[in-house]
Design a protein around this ligand. Sequence first.
Ligand code: FES
Ligand code: FE2
Length: 340
Amino acid sequence: MKLGIIFGTLDELEQSDQGRGKLLQVTLLGQELVIAKLDSGVVAMANRCPHRSAKLHLGWNCGSSVQCAYHGWKYGSDGMCIEIPALPDGPIPPNAKATVFDCEVKYDLIWVRLDNTVNTEIPAHLAFDDPSFTCTMGIPYTWKTHAARRLENYTDLAHFPFVHPETLGNPDFVTFLIPDIDLQPPGCMRFKYEPPEGGRNGMDAAGNLAPLIYTDYTVQLPFGVTLDQPLSNGTRTIMWMWATPIDERHCRTFWFCCNDTKDPFDPMVPIATQMAILEEDIGPVESQEPEQIPHPKDEIATAADKVSLTYRRMLFELCKAKAAGPAALETLLASERNNI
Ligand code: FES
Ligand SMILES: [Fe+2]
């Protein structure tokens, strides 16, 4: 579903210059894109020259245009061809236009919208602009799984004692309170996880694991999550993630660790701790077949799977609304419901 706004990192774009200017090749929902930092701002184009279909990322960033490596045609920020070197006096065919997508930089990430028929929003980030928090971007990682499976893993309440017995979880606490889940605009599932005392840890600014008081979950449909975690040591950790669907079988997760401690700390330490925790998840998640969430009859669920069942139902509602048209999708994203 070409819903939403998804991205690469600004840092990767800055480092993409291989002597031909800043041009980054990325894939989003199977669509190859070239991201270019032009004088007018960051633009996203389909990675295909309309002349003879060479890939534009092989070309040059000329400042105000992207130039194809094959015959040198140049495309401006709106995608229109502005120069054909072999035909200096023109005419330039009016349909000589590279496909351009909506593109915006926010949270040091590059967001691209493949389908702008619906006025979707970039997901909120509770801590990024809050001066009381220090936010550090983690290293993006690619997993062999669909973005929806990745998101389910991130919001799975039953896996902690098994997958993370010595980090986030505790093997002595395998049950948990099944939460009520609300739907709040814009397209957010909200629920609170209150673990049994001593049953769960969260990570503080120094990368230490400290007993968790609770986690306030916001699932930013379709593929984002914010965890707001007050810890027993008096600080608050906010984890933010977005799983970008590269294609049907792979996703790339972009993420931040944020904490409001006043004590000085090395921001790379909690990043390293989180990466060690992610290592614990990757085996089970990448073993799931198929990579995409299957038909409901092909997996078994119980009441303890309420979060993933509700998430799957909301994805289904999103797909149905998308098929019904932009008005239905906007209505769904604006709706508010308790205990869904
Ligand atoms: S294929 Fe791009 S200029 Fe010819
Ligand atoms: Fe996990």
